[in-house]
Ligand binder design. Structure first.
Ligand code: ADP
Length: 611
């Protein structure tokens, strides 16, 4: 209340009014006193002028025996000119200052000797003499010459009239002051209200803005300074709202980017507490992130990163070949954590918390498992290709050298050796052709010849083609086909290649005298199913998932003899999937294998197109 604007305005106005009234009062009262005294002096000077009638008459009377009585009569007759009343009296004094006669005998009996009376006694000039605010007087010595001792005419005013006037003025001023104070309080209320209501609304609005509420608009009612202030505040609020919206938008964008990021992002304070994390980080570190249990040291431990934090600086605890220094931190490449491989970047960050500049660190964990696996499989592939080509090349080289080193070699042996060279060359040719097929499929550069054909007839023809091999191994082969199968649209040659690969596997991996059954059926309106089953050696369960990998063979020793390269199933899978189909293998070791191929009736490949 004491600090309120209203109180201050009231106080200022009160002080102002009191001060003004005091000044006015003082000036007025002083003016009244000066006027009264001045008037008294002028009156006395004029009346008692040496050449004035009053003085003439008084001089004449002074020569008489009963001069005192005569003088009294003269003064009494001049009473109105001298202003004689109950507050102003005249006296005739002897030179001892004692009253001989006067207008008020009672008062005159106890007249004090004033400076003026003293001057008259001493026969010096008379001026007005003031006894503070008690009286004003005038004394004139009257010379009597030979008639007797001189006397003194003495006029004394008790100033009571002036005091009464001043008192009245004081009362008027006091009344005026109270009325003024009342008006001031009333005025200051309206003034304070006029000033403080826009200020109060400004204050209320600033509180709203501080609490994040920007919709309330201050009404600008006037064009004065407060109006300009309110106007400026509205503008400032609008700018602030726009800026905050922009910042919010940016933060939201950043949040969305962070939450959509496949990389795990974690931020820690300098003392190691978690500051921020995204969804990928939760997937990696689990609920310990939400509960705040994950410290920076713990995350370093999980990711096997040899870093420590001392104050705001990050230190490598031991030299690590995979640690690359960056501008703000380090990158650790190919860190294995569980079954995954990560590149872990570490950087120092600075941010504002409260009003303080703080620092911390951010960890970005980039999952490079697929790249790592790709690199691995590439390395493995190159090694496989080299290995697969090296074996036949070594044979070719050895047999060719043997033939060349012995010109006398008999024709039968040489033909035998040349036969081996030829079969190894064929093997190499097959590997290279298979690799070319795969490479074209990988690069989507295969030329497809899409046509509509009868799959049943194709399988029958392939059975005939393989008849020689089947008979050689004394296998029995059956082919069962559902009725009313529609022709399918596909690359006939390549689908036949798939079936041939699977069929030749069944022939190869089934001991002589085995049973091979082929079935062709409707899977749905849109798909047909080919099933090729044998009762051969089967495939161990743990190998089944890898069968479609390039160069994968169950047991190198058992398949090498059969002349396999480990590319047949990989090619089959690529070709079937390129047509929009599926291929799967079911097998039990020692019992046999079933290969199931589902093909769409209408494949999505473009005729003569590349894919
Ligand atoms: P390959 O040219 O070596 O036959 P594939 O890719 O066609 O290569 O086959 C991969 C491996 O799967 C073969 O090496 C073989 O061990 C196994 N396999 C494929 N078909 C059969 C089958 N019908 N019976 C047993 N094992 C099979």
């Amino acid at each position: 209340m004491v600090k309120s604007l209203y109180f201050k305005i009231v106080l200022i106005l009160l002080i102002f009014i009191i001060a003004v009234m005091c000044a006015v009062g003082a000036i007025l009262m002083n003016g009244v006193t000066s006027f009264y005294i001045g008037d008294f002096t002028t009156q006395m000077r004029e009346c008692f002028a040496d050449d004035g009638i009053l003085m003439m008459e008084l001089k004449q009377a002074s020569a008489a025996e009963s001069y005192a009585e005569q003088m009294k009569q003269i003064l009494s007759s001049y009473g109105s000119i001298l202003g004689v009343d109950k507050y102003r009296n005249y006296y005739v004094l002897n030179l001892d200052g004692e009253m001989l006669t006067g207008s008020d005998i009672e008062l005159g009996a106890s007249l004090p000797i004033t400076p003026n009376i003293l001057s008259a006694i001493n026969d010096s000039s008379t001026t007005i003499s003031m006894g503070g605010m008690d009286y004003a007087d005038w004394a004139v010595r009257m010379k009597r010459g030979n008639a007797g001792a001189d006397c003194i005419i003495y006029i004394k005013d008790s100033l009571e009239e002036m005091r009464q006037l001043n008192q009245m003025l004081f009362t008027i001023i006091l009344q005026a002051m109270f009325i003024g104070i009342f008006i001031a309080v009333l005025l200051s209320f309206f003034l304070a209200k006029a000033i403080s209501s826009p200020l109060q609304s400004l204050t209320y609005d600033t509180q709203l803005v501080a609490s994040g509420e920007f919709t309330h608009e201050i009404e600008v009612r006037s064009a004065d300074e407060i109006g300009v202030l309110a106007d400026n505040f509205n503008y400032m609020k609008e700018r602030l709202r726009a800026t905050l919206e922009e910042v919010d938008g940016e933060r939201e964008k950043l949040d969305i980017i962070l939450s959509c990021m496949r990389d795990a992002v974690l931020a820690f304070t300098a003392d190691g507490h978690i500051l921020h994390f995204n969804n990928s980080a939760i997937e990696l570190f689990g609920d310990s992130l939400r509960t705040g249990d994950l410290s920076i040291e713990k995350s370093f431990e999980i990711l096997d990163i040899p870093l420590t934090i001392e104050g705001n600086s990050v230190r490598l605890t031991s030299p690590d070949a995979s640690a690359e220094a960056t501008k703000d931190g380090f990158i650790f490449r190919d860190r294995t954590c569980g079954a995954r491989v990560y590149d872990v970047s570490f950087a120092v960050i600075r941010y504002v918390a409260g009003k303080r500049q703080s620092s911390g660190c951010v960890i970005i964990i980039h999952d490079v498992t697929s790249r790592y696996e790709l690199d691995e499989s590439r390395r493995e592939f190159v090694s496989n290709v080299s290995h697969e080509l090296k074996t036949p090349l070594t044979s070719i080289k050895a047999y060719t050298e043997t033939i060349l080193s012995d010109p006398e070699m008999d024709a039968e042996t040489r033909d035998y050796f040349l036969g081996i060279v030829l079969s190894e060359s064929d093997r190499m040719h097959n590997i290279v052709s298979d690799l070319l097929v795969l490479s074209r499929l990988d690069n989507k550069r295969t030329n497809w010849t899409i046509e509509s054909f009868d799959l049943k007839q194709s399988i029958r023809r392939l059975c005939e083609v393989m008849r020689g091999q089947v008979n050689e191994h004394r296998h029995r082969i059956t082919f069962g086909c559902q009725r009313d199968l529609p022709p399918i649209t596909a690359d006939k040659q390549r689908i036949e290649q798939v079936i041939l690969n699977i069929l030749s596997n069944s022939i190869k991996y089934t001991p002589d005298g085995g049973q091979i059954d082929i079935k062709l059926s409707h899977l749905s309106k849109k798909f047909v199913r080919i099933e090729i089953a044998d009762n051969g050696i089967g495939i161990p369960e743990e190998d089944i998932d890898h069968l479609f990998e390039r160069f994968y063979r169950v047991e190198k020793s058992r398949t090498q003899d059969a002349g396999g390269t480990g590319l047949g199933l990989a090619i089959a899978k690529e070709l079937v999937e390129a047509h929009g189909g599926r291929i799967a293998v079911k097998s039990s070791l020692g019992e046999g294998t079933l290969v199931v191929i589902d093909l769409p009736v209408e494949c999505q490949l473009e005729k003569n197109g590349k894919r």
